[in-house]
Design a protein around this ligand. Structure first.
Ligand SMILES: NC(=O)C1=CN([C@@H]2O[C@H](COP(=O)(O)OP(=O)(O)OC[C@H]3O[C@@H](n4cnc5c(N)ncnc54)[C@H](O)[C@@H]3O)[C@@H](O)[C@H]2O)C=CC1
Ligand SMILES: O=C(CO)COP(=O)(O)O
Length: 623
C-alpha cells in the first residue's frame, strides 16, 4: 500500500518537477534572447540617438563604431546591403559633407525590463538578496532539508521548519496521527511544499539571473528535483503509516501500559479483531443491557480492556466466568477482554472513556448513583436514544446536568441492532460531538472491519433522529399490526421522516444529518427490520393490546424507548415550538402520542394520521 501510494503520488510529483525544470530552462532561453534583443535594441537606439544628436559634431567616430554594431545585429534580409556597406569601412576618410540621414520617427526606450513570469516568493522583508546571498540561502536550505529526508516525518518537519518556517507553521499538530487519510494529507502538504520550494528557489535563481550566470539556476532546480524523490517516497512508507500515534494532549488519555488479557477464544463473536489503538485506553460501559453488551464487544474486539458496570454482582460473576450474559443474547459469547463488575469504584476509577448505554428514562437516577466515581475530564459517549419525560431534555441535557458542563460528550446513533453488531454483521453509525477531536478519537477507537463509524458535529441533529425514529417505528409496527399494506407503511414512514426533519431544523439540526444514518438511516432499520422492539411494540398495539399491557409484559428487563419518548416529544414540541395547531404540523407524532396514551384507538388514530390534507408535499419549504 505504502509502495503503491509512493508510486501513485510520487509520479505526478516527479512529472511536475520535471515540468518545472523544462519551464525553467525555457524561461532561461527566453530570458537570454530577451537580453540579446534588449541589448541590440538599446544599443541601436543609443546609436540612433547619438547619431542624430552628435552627428554634426562627431560624425566620423560615431559613424564608424555604431555602424559596425548595427551591421552585426541587422536582419538577414538586409545582409547584402550590409555587406556592401561594410566594405565602406575600409574606404578612406569619408567626404566632408555627410549624407543626410533622417532621425528615427519614434524614439525606442533605452531600457527594456527583464520579464518576471515566475510567482514572486519573498526571501525576506527587505529587497531581494543579491547573487551571493541567494546562493547562500540555497546552500543552507539543501542540508536542512536533507537531514529531514533521512529522518522520521517529525525530523523532516523539523528540517523543513529550519529551512522554511512559514510553510511548516501551516502544518497542523494532529498530523502526528498517521492514519492513511492523514498520511495523504501530509503527502499533499509535502508535494505542495516541494512546489513552493521549487518556486522559491526559482525566484532565487531569477535573482541570480540578474547576474547572468546559468550554473546556480540549474543547480538549484536539479537539487530540488533530486531531493524531492527520497522525501516523497519516504512519506508514504509503511513505517510512517503504522507509526504509533502520539497521544493527543488530552487529560483523559492516561499514560499507563494497556492491560493485555489472554487472546480471544474461538467461541468469541464473529467480529474480526483489528489492532488496538496505539495509546493506552480503558473503556467502561454503563448498562448491561443489549446495547451495552454490543458496544463493549466492539471495543474489546479492538484489543481494549473493557469493563461492564452491571447492577447485579451475580450477573457480573456469570459474565466473568462464562463470557456471556445470563439472560441477554445469552447465545453469544463475549470477548475475553470484557470484564463485568457491580462495583462502581472499580469500574470507573481508571476509565479513559465511558460509554453510557442505560435507557433514557433511567439515566438520571442511575447517574446520581455513580457520578462521584467518574473521574473528572473523562469523556462520555452516550448511546441512548430518546427524550426524558420529566425534563423534556435530550441525552445531552441530562448528561450535562448530571455530570457537569466541563466534560466532553459524544453521541452515538444510527441503524445498529445489538444482536447484529455482536454477530459481526456490517454496521455503520455516526458519533456526534461538539468536540470533533473526541468524535474522531472515539471513531478511531471503535472502528473495525464490521463496525464503521462516521463523525459529526451536529449533536442536536443526531439526537432528534435517534429519538423520533423510535416513535415512527411504533407507528410502522402498528400499521402492520392493523393489516395495512406496504403502500400505507411507506407513506407513513416517509411523512414521519418529514416531521423529523421539520422538528430537527426547528431545533437547529442540519437537514443532511436528518437524512443521514442517525435520522432516515435508523428509521429504515427500525421500521422495516425484524429486530426492533419499538416496531414490535407498535405491532402489538395494532393487534389490540394496550400500551400498559405490553409494557407490563416486557417488564423492566427490556425497553421500547419510543413509548415514553412519544409522550415527551409532544410535550416538548408544545413547549418549544411556536405556532398555531402544531398537531397539523406534526400529525404522526401527535397521533402516536394519543394512541399510546389511550386517548384514541389504533385504527381511529391511524385513519386520522393517514388522512393527510391536500397540500404541497413540502409545504413548509420556501421556494
Ligand atoms: N438494543 C439495541 O439494539 C439498541 C439500543 N439502543 C439504545 O440503548 C439504550 C439501552 O438499550 P438496551 O441496552 O437495548 O436496553 P435493554 O432493553 O437491553 O435493557 C435495559 C437495561 O437497562 C438497565 N436498567 C434497567 N433499569 C435500570 C435502572 N433503574 N437503572 C439502571 N439501569 C437500568 C438494565 O441493565 C437493563 O438490562 C436505549 O436507549 C436504546 O434506545 C441504541 C441502539 C441499539
Ligand atoms: O435503535 C435501535 C437500532 O438502531 C434499536 O431499536 P429498538 O430499541 O427499537 O430495538
Amino acid at each position: 500500500m505504502g509502495a503503491f501510494l509512493s508510486i501513485f503520488l510520487f509520479l505526478p510529483m516527479f512529472l511536475l518537477l520535471l515540468l518545472f525544470l523544462l519551464l525553467f530552462l525555457l524561461f532561461f532561453l527566453l530570458l537570454s534572447s530577451s537580453y540579446a534583443s534588449s541589448y541590440s535594441s538599446s544599443y541601436s537606439s543609443s546609436y540612433s540617438s547619438s547619431y542624430s544628436s552628435s552627428y554634426s559634431s562627431s560624425y566620423s567616430s560615431s559613424y564608424s563604431s555604431s555602424y559596425s554594431s548595427s551591421c552585426s545585429s541587422s536582419s538577414s534580409s538586409s545582409s547584402s546591403s550590409c555587406s556592401s556597406s561594410c566594405s565602406s569601412l575600409f574606404l578612406p576618410v569619408p567626404p566632408p559633407v555627410p549624407p543626410p540621414v533622417p532621425p528615427p520617427p519614434v524614439p525606442v526606450p533605452l531600457h527594456v525590463p527583464i520579464p518576471l513570469p515566475l510567482p514572486s516568493v519573498p526571501l525576506s522583508d527587505s529587497a531581494p538578496p543579491p547573487f551571493k546571498w541567494g546562493f547562500v540561502g540555497v546552500c543552507i536550505r539543501v542540508p536542512t532539508w536533507f537531514i529531514g529526508v533521512n529522518g522520521t516525518k517529525d525530523d523532516w518537519l523539523e528540517g523543513w521548519k529550519l529551512g522554511k518556517p512559514q510553510i511548516s507553521s501551516n502544518i497542523p499538530k494532529r498530523n502526528s496521527k498517521t492514519t492513511p487519510l492523514v498520511s495523504t494529507t501530509i503527502a499533499a502538504q509535502i508535494i505542495d511544499a516541494n512546489i513552493k520550494l521549487t518556486l522559491y528557489w526559482t525566484t532565487i535563481a531569477h535573482e541570480i539571473m540578474r547576474e547572468r550566470s546559468v550554473i546556480p539556476i540549474v543547480a538549484a532546480t536539479l537539487a530540488t528535483l533530486l531531493l524531492s524523490l527520497p522525501m516523497t517516497a519516504q512519506s508514504f512508507s509503511p513505517s510512517h503509516q503504522h507509526r504509533p500515534r502520539v497521544p493527543a494532549n488530552r487529560p483523559h488519555q492516561l499514560q499507563h501500559t494497556p492491560q493485555r488479557h489472554p487472546p480471544l477464544s474461538s467461541t468469541s463473536l464473529s467480529l474480526k479483531s483489528t489492532s488496538p489503538p496505539p495509546y493506552p485506553v480503558r473503556v467502561t460501559v454503563l448498562g448491561g443491557g443489549n446495547f451495552g453488551l454490543a458496544l463493549a464487544s466492539v471495543v474489546a474486539k479492538k484489543g481494549v480492556p473493557t469493563t461492564l458496570l452491571v447492577r447485579s454482582p451475580d450477573v457480573a460473576s456469570h459474565i466473568n466466568e462464562n463470557h456471556r450474559h445470563p439472560t441477554k443474547m445469552s447465545d453469544i459469547a463475549l470477548p475475553r477482554l470484557v470484564r463485568a463488575t457491580a462495583n462502581k469504584k472499580e469500574a470507573l476509577n481508571d476509565a479513559t472513556y465511558i460509554i453510557h448505554a442505560v435507557p433514557v428514562q433511567y439515566t438520571r437516577a442511575f447517574l446520581e448513583t455513580v457520578k462521584d466515581e467518574i473521574p473528572p475530564n473523562v469523556p462520555v459517549l452516550s448511546a441512548s436514544k430518546g427524550i426524558e419525560t420529566s425534563s423534556l431534555g435530550f441525552m445531552a441535557d441530562i448528561l450535562k446536568e448530571c455530570l457537569g458542563e466541563d466534560r466532553s460528550y459524544a453521541f452515538l446513533s444510527g441503524p445498529s441492532f445489538a444482536r447484529e453488531i455482536c454477530e459481526g454483521v456490517a454496521t455503520a453509525v455516526v458519533i456526534a460531538s461538539e468536540d470533533l477531536m473526541l468524535a474522531d478519537d472515539l471513531a478511531e477507537l471503535m472502528s473495525g472491519d464490521d463496525f464503521c463509524v462516521f463523525t459529526s458535529r451536529d449533536v442536536i441533529g443526531v439526537e432528534v433522529g435517534g429519538a423520533v425514529k423510535n416513535v415512527i417505528a411504533i407507528a410502522a409496527g402498528m400499521c402492520e399490526g392493523l393489516g395495512l399494506g406496504t403502500n400505507a407503511m411507506s407513506g407513513l414512514v416517509t411523512r414521519g421522516c418529514g416531521e423529523m426533519r421539520r422538528l430537527g431544523i426547528y431545533l437547529g439540526a442540519r437537514p443532511s444529518t436528518i437524512s443521514g444514518l442517525s435520522g432516515v438511516g435508523d428509521t429504515f432499520g427500525t421500521c422495516f427490520g425484524p429486530l426492533s422492539r419499538n416496531r414490535r411494540f407498535g405491532y402489538r398495539l395494532g393487534k389490540g393490546e394496550t400500551a400498559e399491557e405490553i409494557k407490563a409484559s416486557m417488564g423492566g428487563s427490556e425497553v421500547a424507548e419510543g413509548v415514553d419518548t412519544s409522550i415527551a416529544l409532544v410535550k416538548m414540541i408544545k413547549e418549544k415550538c411556536k405556532g398555531y395547531r402544531l398537531d397539523l404540523k406534526y400529525p404522526i407524532l401527535f397521533g402516536m402520542s394519543d394512541i399510546i396514551e389511550g386517548k384514541m384507538k389504533p385504527m381511529e388514530g391511524m385513519q386520522n394520521i393517514m388522512n393527510f390534507p391536500v397540500r404541497m408535499e413540502n409545504y413548509d419549504e420556501r421556494f
